[in-house]
Design a protein around this ligand. Sequence first.
Ligand SMILES: C[S@@+](CC[C@H](N)C(=O)[O-])C[C@H]1O[C@@H](n2cnc3c(N)ncnc32)[C@H](O)[C@@H]1O
Length: 216
Amino acid sequence: MSFYEHWVLPPLLDLVMRQHQLGKYRQEVVAGARGRVLEIGVGSGLNLMLYEEHVDVVFGLDPSERLLSMAQRRAVEAGVPADLIRGSATNIPLENGSVDTIVMTWTLCSISDPLLALREMRRVLKPGGALLFVEHGLSPEPAIERWQHRLTPLWRHISGGCHLDRKVDDLIRGAGFEISELRNEYAPGPRLMTYMYEGRAMPTKSASRGALTKGA
Ligand SMILES: C[S@@+](CC[C@H](N)C(=O)[O-])C[C@H]1O[C@@H](n2cnc3c(N)ncnc32)[C@H](O)[C@@H]1O
């Protein structure tokens, strides 16, 4: 890990992700969480104070040690039962069918293999569990889309791997989920990075267990 990634990026991400206009999305997404919750890319823990009493425990997964230490402070302040885990969504260190809800806020853009990560999420979700998400991604406007494709190779080097041009709903469906709610809109800010995909998905019944079973 470079100096920039270890020392500069975590406080920068914390600052950027504290933007006021993201608050309403956080509240909407986190309000649906129940039971045993896995937060993918918990970052500096900005969602932790929003979990309500019907949440038993929040497993917060993130590869960044520095962001996890910020999240740890916020978990204590919020009084939320949290188990913060250093690791990647592409290899989630939890048992098959062991969580009721997965929460993911602006993380899929940064994961190197998003399909593998989503398949892992499907594996650890209980049948009937929910993936609650808000992500930025590919715009439906051709001119914006072109610029998103052009700028992503440069942008991801300075932003911790963030891709501007992922079609979030297609990725979620492609990993074996059915999307039951989806809202798309631009949030305030530059259109290249503010086209939001917010919604809820459930594991489809049809995907073969063999493809999802880990360590079997
Ligand atoms: C833009 S930040 C969002 C943080 C947090 N979800 C929030 O809403 O404030 C992206 C997060 O994804 C995390 N991340 C990057 N690659 C990841 C991976 N492979 N697995 C899990 N999290 C990852 C980063 O460390 C960072 O915390």
